[in-house]
Ligand binder design. Sequence first.
Ligand code: FAD
Length: 391
Amino acid sequence: SFSTLASDFYGYENMLSDREKGVLADLRAYLDSEVKPIVNRHWADATFPHEIVKGLADLGLFGMPWKETQPFENSAVFRGWVALELARVDASVATFVGVQNGLAMGSIGVGGSPEQRAEWLPRMASGEIVGAFGLTEPLSGSDSAQGLRTVATRDGDDWVLNGSKRWIGNATFSDITIIWAKSAEDGQVKGFIVPTSTPGYSATKIEGKQSLRIVQNADITLTDVRIPDSLRLQQATSFRDTAAVLRLTRAEVAWAAVGNSIGAYEAALAYADDRVQFGKPISKHQLIQDLLVKSIGNITASIGMVVRCSQLLDEGTQRDEHASLAKAFTTARMRETVGWAREVLGGNGIVLDYDVARFFADAEALYSYEGTREMNTLIVGRSITGQAAFV
Ligand code: FAD
């Protein structure tokens, strides 16, 4: 059987098991009927479609990597395909899942004790609890490994958190936010499961974003937020553990970048077939074919890279630089691809109703979050030269 996704030119999807292909077919059907029809309206209004949380949970998309919550045994390659399929329809929805399943549940999966995992992961898998991940701060983005200013001070059996966070996805409505803070005791970064109803915690929506407008990003302030030690991620003792979460999610953002490229490419291909200029469909013009072929080339090369990167995770040999190269490479290819798709549509390429404008704008956030292209480049640079250029 050949891939059901025509944009998967080399048929990589055939590597998946029949069960995994079945889940992807269900996911595509759900996205086509429940998500695709509403995303442009939500994008225009900068609102989040809360009604899809349960649908995404029912498909088993939250908690796929963890034994407590995985709906069935699945590979990193399959989990990447899920990110691709989501972003192929809408990168904001892919980001919502990336935050819930990857960053928030991932923090508890990587850094939580068995008791914490058992307590939180199943409730997040069902969608009962929505999570957010608070690492970035107003004054610390790329340098968050060393630059965090949010402080956690031990007080008896509690910790008291003070500081601020910026850009935190889902945080306008999350039930819990994982807050990463520097311990006043040992100077190490620790993670805390912070219920958002805790006094002293407040989140304000960031307005005016022109990329991933459906994702609700917030500025958070923490003023004497008192958290019991039982809500400190017991197995996260330094930034190394935060980085372990980011490595997992970064590779999935690389997959999402491929999905966002495919969404734009497919819209351009359909448009080229339909739009007639000089008496023939523009798909018959050589220069339009050139744009489309360069796009499928980018997509095909990128799928090959993310597949192998995820196989390394399945084999237990994936390193930070592997995920960083995939993220830096596929997001750069995505930027080219969405630009070419926009070109194929001419003026309609900047009109929301034609979808490509959304893929084009959303590419910018994917390019910069979870490590900018520069930072991921420097992580790979450190690996291949042995020289760290960013410390
Ligand atoms: P800066 O770090 O200020 O960088 C500005 C520019 O300088 C970039 O081009 C960068 O590459 C470059 N630069 C910085 N240092 C160097 C260097 N040493 N060498 C060369 N170039 C350098 N964070 C969270 O914690 N949780 C979230 O849920 C979350 N969601 C996000 C969603 C969106 C839509 C966006 C836009 C961001 C989100 N972020 C989130 C934050 C994101 O991870 C940061 O934006 C990113 O890490 C970059 O940080 P910054 O924006 O502060 O840029």
